[in-house]
Design a binder for this molecule. Structure first.
Ligand SMILES: *[C@@H]1O[C@H](CO)[C@@H](O)[C@H](O)[C@H]1NC(C)=O
Ligand SMILES: *[C@@H]1O[C@H](CO)[C@@H](O)[C@H](O)[C@H]1NC(C)=O
Length: 405
């Protein structure tokens, strides 16, 4: 054997040997992490955490190591039939300095997110969803320059979204849904792909958002103001801004078949629907699985053929007028449209041939418009009420553009 080769094999030996024995700092941290958490009866996560065995890296559930250091920590089994863990998160997690991934599966873990986690600058993924974590999102997370995914959804977090969080250079997925976060949405200056802050207490206007975004869910907050800026978001496939107080018109560019799920219902949106597609759209009709919900706004004008092929289309409870376009009716009969809610508008005609029978799979609701429809509504929601048509006084008043009272 040449001297060079034997040196190499010696180096290899040294590099491999320590990986058989977990670093004592990490070993102490694991012991402390276990001491602050417990299996809820019915959960069986910590049974493999036996500190008398030679190496946790090979025997502890949820622990993987790289070169004698813990590199991923997954707390809980994640099995849907187990109740998960209770207790709290130990600040000693921050002693696992090689950690790249920290996952806590759904359970009843309470207390704060340890701010010390900001020391773990190798972290790529933090997911602590569906527990009872309290307090604020640590501002120390601004040091997590390599963080790719942060999911803190379904907890009891309060306070603001730290502005430093939405500038982390590698952050792609930010999920903070179902907490009690307040204040304004910070400016997002990363190449984010997925932003979900629904069901919080956020206020203020829609901030400029990165054009890389594909998934945006800001529903069920108290956001206000116009939908400015969204017209440039050509990558969007999912947009949920429902149940806020947005006002003004819907940018016509949002009517784009590649944005196949659009939820804008229960806002204060006004203005009309665009008569045709604007801007470059990849395909010119909505496809299977598409959903557009614009219900419970103040939209005016006539229905647009742009929306004719949407599979589930909700335009109810607006101020829409005129004749339902033939294209809508064709889509119902050829099966492209499965749900069409038009109730509680001021529509004047549904031009169907007498005797035509809708497919069984169709839900059509036409009640409380300015017409006696030529086909029967099928599967109207209870909220549509039992009255087939609007009182004619409302319809004539509407024709005189006198909507104020
Ligand atoms: C974690 O590190 C801190 C600071 O270095 C130290 O004080 C603490 O004892 C460590 N925790 C454990 C459980 O070893
Ligand atoms: C929504 O619009 C309606 C009608 O224009 C108005 O009465 C109401 O105050 C608005 N609400 C908000 C929160 O802006």
């Amino acid at each position: 054997m040449s001297p060079r080769l034997s040196l190499l094999s010696l180096l290899l030996h040294i590099a491999i040997l320590p990986s058989l024995q977990l670093n004592p700092v990490d070993l102490a941290a694991l012991a402390d992490i276990k001491s602050t958490l417990t299996d809820i009866p019915g959960s069986d996560f910590f049974s493999s955490w036996d500190f008398t065995v030679p190496d946790p890296c090979f025997s502890f559930t949820g622990v993987t190591c790289t070169l004698s250091r813990v590199s991923t920590l997954t707390l809980g089994t994640g099995l849907s039939d187990t109740p998960g863990l209770a207790g709290s998160l130990s600040p000693s997690i921050a002693n696992l300095t090689s950690l790249t991934q920290l996952i806590l599966f759904p359970g009843l873990v309470t207390g704060p997110i340890p701010p010390q986690l900001g020391r773990l600058t190798n972290l790529r993924v933090i997911s602590l969803t569906n527990n009872r974590l309290t307090g604020t999102i640590p501002t120390s997370f601004r040091s997590l320059k390599r963080l790719h995914t942060l999911d803190l959804s379904f907890n009891q977090l309060i306070g603001q979204i730290p502005p430093s969080l939405t500038t982390l250079p590698e952050l792609k997925v930010l999920i903070l849904a179902d907490n009690s976060l307040s204040g304004e949405l910070p400016v997002v200056s990363t190449q984010l792909l997925h932003l979900d802050t629904k069901k919080n207490k956020l206020t203020g206007p829609l901030r400029s958002l990165p054009l890389t975004l594909r998934y945006v869910a800001l529903a069920e907050n108290s956001l206000t103001g116009p939908l400015n800026g969204l017209e440039s978001h050509s990558e969007l496939v999912y947009l949920d801004l429902s149940m806020n107080q947005f006002n003004g018109p819907i940018p016509p560019q949002l009517f784009n078949p590649s944005l196949s799920s659009m939820f804008l219902q229960r806002n204060n949106l006004s203005g009309g629907l665009p008569p045709k597609f604007v801007g470059p759209t990849s395909s010119k009709t909505y496809g299977g699985g598409s959903v557009v919900d614009l219900s419970h706004n103040y939209l005016t004008g006539e229905l647009s053929t742009v929306l004719a092929g949407v599979e589930s289309l909700f335009l109810n409870n607006n101020l829409l007028v005129g004749v339902v376009p033939e294209e809508y009716i064709e889509s119902l009969f050829n099966g492209a449209t499965k749900t069409l809610y038009l109730q509680h508008n001021y529509l004047s005609e549904f031009p169907s041939k007498p005797g035509l029978v809708l497919p069984d799979t169709v839900s059509l609701c036409l009640t409380y418009n300015c017409m006696v429809p030529s086909v029967r509504s099928t599967y109207c929601p209870a909220s549509a009420g039992g009255q087939i048509s609007r009182p004619s006084s409302q319809c004539s008043r509407f024709k005189n553009q006198n909507l104020i009272d």
